[in-house]
Each structure stands twice: as structure tokens, then as C-alpha cells.
Design a protein around this ligand. Structure first.
Ligand SMILES: *Cc1c(COP(=O)(O)O)cnc(C)c1O
Length: 370
């Protein structure tokens, strides 16, 4: 019997995620499923926690992959830390900052936001000004704004919050595994990521880390965490300790896959992985310049793993993306929100960040754009 699945193309994923998945990770995914309380599986879980701590550069005990995609990580951070009426400041310069705002307001937080033009970074002076004027329980920012390709100043905002009572919540969905994410050194209290960006695992897990201060905040809540599935207190009883308590059935095979992906990253070495992202980003930018295609973001704020370019004048956005997918089997990303129809987004995330992929994209663009 032929199956719909037999028709799946091998597509080069050069958009904003998911990214290309290494064969070793696909092989890990197809291993036999163990029980979620199986002693051997618990050993695999413990490895994953330890490897995540290394990639996130943290000693936080609560460092685990949450079941669900990056947005589940976002939701888990806010739902555990926010109680109705809490003041939250969100720094917004793209789609994912807006999503944080939405998530926090649904929980009854009093959300203030500071907005910056899309395509430009968060300005630390303006954050400092805002913090002098008011006190916030949480200050939240996206490190790598995937909707624009901007790197926000995560270390600098961390320094600003040093010694304050505010918790620092950072979205590292696109940054983790592609550029440095120094959770402890930057004073981040709640960090989340996603499996399908620079970790090059299929979508489905959201690595998360809470500092001691964040955990104390959860313990000191006046009300129960309003979301049963994402309650870190309950999830921790499954991920930690001698006795493991069933909470929900862990996505066992996805955890094998993440185990393999983290092993590959640590074998290559974090520094080498970051350097590979940067080198391929430079190769792409140089090639785009030759084609006369302009970058959206100023050099000092560019993300290596997400390259936004202005769509050349007179070019049909949809037709170009359609031809890349149909004729060249390459997926790229479209613009979102105010940038829809104005930019393309080229991803060089994780396993995608290789010179042969950069060259394939450049030669396809060259052929299409003439
Ligand atoms: C992709 C992404 C998310 C959301 O992740 P999903 O896996 O799509 O739920 C959140 N934040 C950023 C910065 C992202 O790039």
C-alpha cells in the first residue's frame, strides 16, 4: 500500500525553523519506545538534564525539557511565575515579544510593554528609564527575535536587573545552540527554548530552566498554578529525586532525539558550534551582497542563525518562495506582521548552518532573481 508519507520531499529547511535534523537524531527517534518510568529511560532523562545545563550554561537544578513546542516553554514560564495583578514588563520588537505580552495578560498580569521598531534591537537606556519609574515582578525579553533577525542585548539587560527584585525571563528559543546563552552569568531566572531551532531536533520539546529565585517564587504562590500540565512543581516530581512520580507520559522518543542532538552539540563543542554559525552567516551575507540583496538589520545586531533581507523592488515575494520550494526543494521564511511582503527570512539554524547549504540557497536565488 502506498502512503501519503512516501511523497515527502527531502527539503532543505532554511527558514525560521524547523531546521534540518541530523541522521543520528532521526535514528535516535526511531529507537524502541521504553516506558516513561523505566529505569533505563530515567538514566536518559538524567543525561538530558545534565547536557541542557551545559548548553544553557547554568547550574540550575530545575533544567528540563517541557513537553510541547517553544510556546509551551513560554507559557510554562509565565504560568508558574505570574499571579493575577502582578506587574510584568515585556520588551517588544517583534512577533515573539507580542506573544509574551498576550500570554502574560491572559494570566491577569498587569502588563506594561516597551516597544522598539521591528528590525532594531531593544535599547538598554530606555529599559533603564522604565525601571527607574516602576517596579516589576518580571522583566521579559526575547534574546533572538526570529521574526526580524535581531539579537537583543541579553547580557546588558541582565546587568541592569542585577540586585533588583525583578525576575529576568528570557526567550532563548532561537538563540540556544547557535550563539552564547549564559543563563547564570546574565542573571536569567527563567529561560526557555525549543527543540526545532538551533538544537536541530524535530519540534515537540521546550527546554526550560528556573533559578533558585524563580523556584522560590513558585513555592510562595498564593494561588495554585492555573495550568495543570505545565505546573513545574508537579513536573519536577517526575524529573527529579529517587522516586519518580507519574505526571504525564513523557514524549519518550523525542527525549531520545534531544539526547542525541545535545550529545552532537557538546561533542562538536559549544565554541565551535557558535563559530560555525557565524562563518556560515558571513558566507551568506557576502553572497547576498553580490546579488545586490540588502540585509534588514544593522551588522552589530544581526543574528547568525536568522538572516532577514529586504525583498528586492519589483520581485514577487510568493512566487520566489514558491519556486524555491518547488524547483529547488528549499524552504525559506516570509515576513510577519508589519514586515509581511517586505522581507524574507533565511535560517542557518543548527545542522542547517553548513557551507553547502548556504551555496545551494545562493545559487537558487541567483537563478530565480535574474
Ligand atoms: C519559534 C519561536 C517561538 C515559538 O516556538 P514554537 O515552537 O513555534 O511554539 C518562541 N519564541 C521565539 C523567539 C521563536 O523563534
Amino acid at each position: 500500500m502506498d502512503s501519503r508519507l512516501d511523497g515527502i520531499d527531502e527539503v532543505l529547511l532554511m527558514g525560521p525553523g524547523p531546521s534540518c535534523v541530523p541522521d543520528e537524531v532521526y535514528r535516535a527517534l526511531s529507537r524502541k519506545t521504553l516506558g516513561h518510568l523505566d529505569p533505563y529511560f530515567i538514566g536518559i532523562m538524567d543525561d538530558v538534564k545534565r547536557m541542557l545545563q551545559r548548553v544553557m550554561m547554568t547550574g540550575n537544578r530545575l533544567t528540563i525539557p517541557v513537553s510541547g513546542t517553544g510556546s509551551a516553554g513560554m507559557e510554562a514560564c509565565f504560568v508558574n511565575l505570574v499571579e493575577p495583578g502582578d506587574r510584568v514588563l515585556v520588551l517588544v520588537n517583534g512577533v515573539f515579544g507580542l506573544r509574551m505580552q498576550d500570554v502574560a495578560s491572559r494570566l491577569g498580569a498587569e502588563v506594561d510593554s516597551l516597544e522598539f521598531e521591528w528590525g532594531t534591537p531593544v535599547r538598554v537606556e530606555r529599559v533603564a528609564e522604565k525601571l527607574r519609574a516602576a517596579d516589576y515582578k518580571i522583566v521579559a525579553m526575547v534574546h533572538a527575535e526570529t521574526s526580524t533577525g535581531v539579537r537583543n542585548p541579553a547580557a546588558e539587560v541582565g546587568r541592569l536587573l542585577e540586585g533588583s527584585r525583578s525576575l529576568y525571563l528570557l526567550d532563548a528559543v532561537t538563540s540556544l545552540g547557535g550563539i552564547e546563552v549564559a543563563t547564570d552569568a546574565w542573571g536569567v531566572d527563567a529561560l526557555y527554548s525549543g527543540s526545532q531551532k538551533c538544537l536541530s531536533t524535530p519540534p515537540g520539546l521546550a527546554p526550560l530552566s528556573f533559578s533558585g529565585r524563580a523556584l522560590e517564587t513558585v513555592m510562595a504562590r498564593k494561588s495554585k498554578v492555573p495550568n495543570w500540565y505545565l505546573d513545574v512543581g508537579m513536573i519536577t516530581k517526575y524529573w527529579e529525586g529517587k522516586a519518580r512520580f507519574y505526571h504525564h507520559t513523557a514524549p519518550v522518543n523525542m527525549i531520545y532525539a534531544l539526547h542525541q542532538a545535545l550529545s552532537l552539540i557538546l561533542e562538536e563543542g559549544l565554541e565551535h558550534v557558535f563559530a560555525r554559525h557565524l562563518e556560515n552567516h558571513r558566507r551568506l551575507v557576502a553572497g547576498l551582497e553580490k546579488l545586490g540583496v540588502e540585509m534588514l538589520v544593522e551588522p552589530e545586531s544581526r543574528l547568525p542563525m536568522l538572516n532577514s533581507v529586504r525583498i528586492p523592488e519589483g520581485t514577487d515575494d510568493k512566487a520566489v518562495r514558491g519556486r524555491l520550494r518547488a524547483d529547488y526543494k528549499i524552504e525559506i521564511g516570509a515576513g510577519l506582521g508589519p514586515l509581511a511582503g517586505k522581507i524574507w527570512r533565511f535560517g542557518l539554524m543548527g545542522h542547517t548552518a553548513r557551507p553547502e547549504n548556504v551555496d545551494s540557497l545562493l545559487s537558487a536565488l541567483k537563478a530565480i532573481l535574474v
